[in-house]
Write a protein that binds this ligand. Structure first.
Ligand SMILES: [Zn+2]
Length: 298
C-alpha cells in the first residue's frame, strides 16, 4: 500500500525459489519448449553448480570453465535428465570419454547424482508467507525462479544489481526496458518513529526519569520531514529542498543533497513529505547500454 502512493502497481512478479526442480526433473509437465530451450539449460547449469559445489566433480578444480557432463554417457544409454548430469572441467570430461563415472573411478558421483532433489526445502516458510500476503492485494501475481531472473538479466545485458534483478523476475522480466537516464530505484528504509528507547541512561548509568521525546516546532519535526524552503531575501536567498532539523527558536536547518543551510526562518518552509517512519532515497542510476527493441515496463 505504501508503494502505491508513489507508483500505481498493476502487476506483481515474485522470485519464489532458486530453481524450478519440479520442471527440471519432470520435463513432461513443463513442455518441450521449456526443456529444449535456453532457459532450461541455464537453470540446470545453475542447479548443477550449486549441487556440486562449483567445481569439477572429478579433480576438484575450481575457477575453471566447467562443462555439463553425462554421468552415464549418452552413447551408453544415459539420458539428458538432470539426475544424469554433472559438471566437469574440460580435461576430465575428455579423459572420461566413453566411461561411466563409476568406471572412471568416481562411484560417489553416481551416488550423489541419484540423491533426490530437495526442492521443497528451498522454499522457506518466509517466502510462502510473503507470497500469501501479496495475494491479498488482488493483483495478478507471477512466480519466477532465481535461474530465470539471472537468465533474463544476462540476456538483456543489464549489470548485476539488486534492483535490476528485481526488474527481471519471471516471464514478464524477459523483455523489460530500463533507461540509463530516466530510471533509478527509490530506496525505502524503515527508520521507526521517534526514539524507541524509553529512557536513556545518564552519565552515571542510571535511567533518566523521562524519555526524550520528539519535539514539534511550528508543525515541523527533526528526523524524516522533508520540506522546501523558499528564501526570498537576505544572504541565504534561494530555493532549498531537503531534510529539516528544527529548533525552538524557529530557525531551522535544511540539508539538501549538496549541503546544509543553517538558521532559516520557519516561515519560509513548506512541507513536502511528513515523516512516516520511513526514509526515502534515490538509488544509483543504472549505467547500461540502451537495449534495442524491448517493450516498456514500469
Ligand atoms: Zn577436472
Amino acid at each position: 500500500m505504501r508503494f502505491m502512493r508513489y507508483a500505481p502497481i498493476t502487476y506483481l512478479a515474485m522470485e519464489l525459489v532458486k530453481f524450478d526442480t519440479q520442471a527440471m526433473v519432470n520435463p513432461e509437465i513443463s513442455g518441450v519448449d521449456y526443456q529444449q530451450g535456453e532457459l532450461w539449460g541455464y537453470e540446470v547449469r545453475e542447479y548443477l553448480l550449486e549441487k556440486f559445489g562449483r567445481k569439477c566433480v572429478y579433480c576438484g578444480a575450481k575457477n575453471v570453465p566447467l562443462e555439463i557432463e553425462h554421468i552415464v554417457p549418452k552413447s551408453r544409454g544415459g539420458s539428458n535428465r538432470v539426475s544424469n548430469l554433472t559438471l566437469a572441467c574440460h580435461a576430465c570430461n575428455q579423459k572420461k570419454g566413453n566411461q561411466t563415472a563409476q568406471e572412471f573411478g568416481h562411484p560417489h558421483v553416481q551416488r550423489l547424482a541419484k540423491l533426490p532433489l530437495k526442492d521443497a526445502s528451498a522454499i522457506n516458510a518466509t517466502r510462502w508467507k510473503v507470497y500469501q500476503t501479496l495475494q491479498s492485494f488482488c493483483l495478478p501475481i507471477e512466480i519466477g525462479t532465481g535461474g530465470r531472473t539471472k537468465y533474463n538479466r544476462a540476456r538483456q545485458n543489464y549489470p548485476k544489481t539488486h534492483w535490476l534483478d528485481a526488474v527481471c523476475v519471471g516471464e514478464s522480466g524477459q523483455a523489460v526496458f530500463v533507461s540509463p537516464n530516466h530510471h533509478q530505484p527509490l530506496i525505502i528504509k524503515a527508520i521507526g518513529r521517534g526514539n524507541r528507547q524509553m529512557t536513556k541512561p545518564d552519565k552515571y548509568g542510571f535511567p533518566r526519569a523521562t524519555r526524550q521525546c520528539k519535539k514539534v516546532y511550528f508543525g515541523f519535526q527533526t528526523g524524516g520531514d522533508i520540506a522546501k524552503a523558499m528564501v526570498t531575501s537576505g544572504k541565504k536567498m534561494g530555493i532549498y529542498v531537503g531534510k529539516v532539523a528544527v529548533r525552538a527558536s524557529g530557525k531551522f536547518n535544511i540539508t539538501t543533497t549538496t549541503d546544509t543551510i543553517q538558521g532559516i526562518n520557519h516561515r519560509f518552509f513548506k512541507m513536502i513529505h511528513k515523516s512516516d517512519g520511513y526514509n526515502y532515497m534515490k538509488g544509483e542510476r543504472a549505467l547500461l547500454p540502451m537495449p534495442k527493441g524491448r517493450g516498456i515496463r514500469v
